[in-house]
Ligand binder design. Structure first.
Ligand code: NAD
Length: 357
């Protein structure tokens, strides 16, 4: 398996080092060969080449089986024009790899329940919701403009979807639901928006191809409320770019800890991109303080979604749970009575805990 590795900026290199320890251990225990190629993106690439996503990086990523990314950005590059900032590299790589489905699991480990802002009785035995967000269409990419009208300035953005764009992300979501709790909630605003009415028709139209998955629909305003009221009713959520942007942040905050959340972005027959949800946290970079679990759980998603190795994915997740059970915590998830450890030790302990199931 060829993996393009982009450590990036800030804590990116700190956490990617730990993810690589885990990959090396999986390689040994499960006898999978990995070939890593490290490439530049973000601020590190700007310093070296003047551009946030050098052509060579995109080419290496395109010819890999998967891409593992730390995080990009930092104050040093904040004054550059928008298209030359590190974050422009993120949009460019998603576009360049045709990544239209963004998978954001909101997992609350039972060991970390007290980190959530929700009451214990609402959380039950922890949470495990998967938000599948359409990533390359909708209002963020639709026509927009500004002009002077007869009564002053006017501005508009357009929510635009083709049925094909809806179908391909919905099929991904059905497949994922089929491998999990077999429940799919499609979220839209079909009581108001024409684009949502088509979204609903397309999703309903393909449901027959997935007879083992139960499909339901919910309006986005109700979904925002239900995520707080009773989050355990959700298994997999599929929704448009903007609704997904908002709801995935809401869902992830139910878990209370940014350093624990992985993500995957997938296209059709292209390498998937795996990265933590958090940013480059320049305030703690290089200080052995960053929580590497989001990056490590991103490798579990890589095994599940790119390499079809559920066994290795489960082994990584079990190793994370084991270390939490043993009471080890990085500073961001520290609780009374637990043992505080640094980035490197967390990586060593998780990698060391990987066994063949
Ligand atoms: P951030 O996620 O980097 O940090 C927010 C807070 O959470 C900070 O206090 C940080 O110390 C803490 N934190 C984040 N990840 C952590 C971890 N793994 N372990 C422990 N603590 C952690 O968000 P920000 O401060 O708004 O942004 C910093 C930089 O990251 C900016 O340049 C921003 O543009 C960039 N950013 C990049 C990405 C990405 O690469 N995907 C995403 C978001 C922000």
């Amino acid at each position: 398996m060829r993996i393009a590795v982009i450590p990036g900026d800030g804590i990116g290199p700190d956490i990617i080092r730990q993810a690589l320890k885990v990959l090396d251990r999986i390689s040994k225990v499960y006898e999978i060969d990995f070939e890593y190629q490290e490439v530049l993106m973000g601020g590190a690439a700007i310093d070296e080449t003047g551009r946030p996503l050098p052509e060579e990086t995109l080419e290496v990523c395109k010819s890999s089986d998967a891409v593992l990314l730390g995080a990009v950005g930092g104050e040093k590059w904040d004054k550059l024009p928008g298209h030359l900032r590190p974050e422009a590299g993120l949009l460019a790589i998603r576009k360049g790899l045709g990544l239209f489905a963004n998978l954001r699991p909101a997992i609350l480990f039972p060991q970390l329940k007290s980190a959530s802002t929700l009451k214990e009785e609402v959380l039950g035995e922890g949470l495990n919701i998967m938000v599948v967000r359409e990533l390359t269409g909708g209002i963020y990419f639709g026509q927009r403009g500004r002009r002077m009208g007869p009564s002053g300035e006017e501005a508009w953005d357009t929510e635009f979807y083709t049925a094909h764009e809806v179908e391909r992300v919905a099929r991904r979501a059905f497949e994922i639901a089929g491998k999990r709790g077999k429940k799919l909630m499609s979220i839209d605003k079909a009581n108001v928006l024409e684009s949502s009415r088509m979204w609903r028709e397309v999703v309903s139209g393909i449901a027959g191809d997935y007879p083992d998955v139960r499909l339901e629909h919910m309006y986005v305003d109700n979904a925002a409320m239900q995520l707080i009221r009773n989050p355990r009713q959700f298994d997999v959520i599929v929704t448009s770019n903007m609704f997904g942007d908002i709801l995935s942040d809401e869902a992830s905050m139910l878990t209370g800890s940014l350093g624990m959340l992985p993500s995957a972005s997938l296209g059709e027959g292209r390498p998937g991109l795996y990265e933590p949800v958090h940013g480059s946290a320049p305030d703690i970079a290089g200080k052995d303080l960053a929580n590497p679990i989001a990056a490590i759980l991103s490798t579990a998603m890589m095994f599940r979604h790119s390499f079809n190795r559920e066994d290795a994915a489960a082994a990584v997740e079990t190793a994370v749970e084991k270390v939490l059970d043993q009471g080890f915590r990085t500073v961001d998830i520290m609780q009374p009575g637990m043992t505080r450890i640094g980035t490197e030790e967390m990586g060593d302990r998780i990698a060391g805990g990987i066994t063949k199931n």
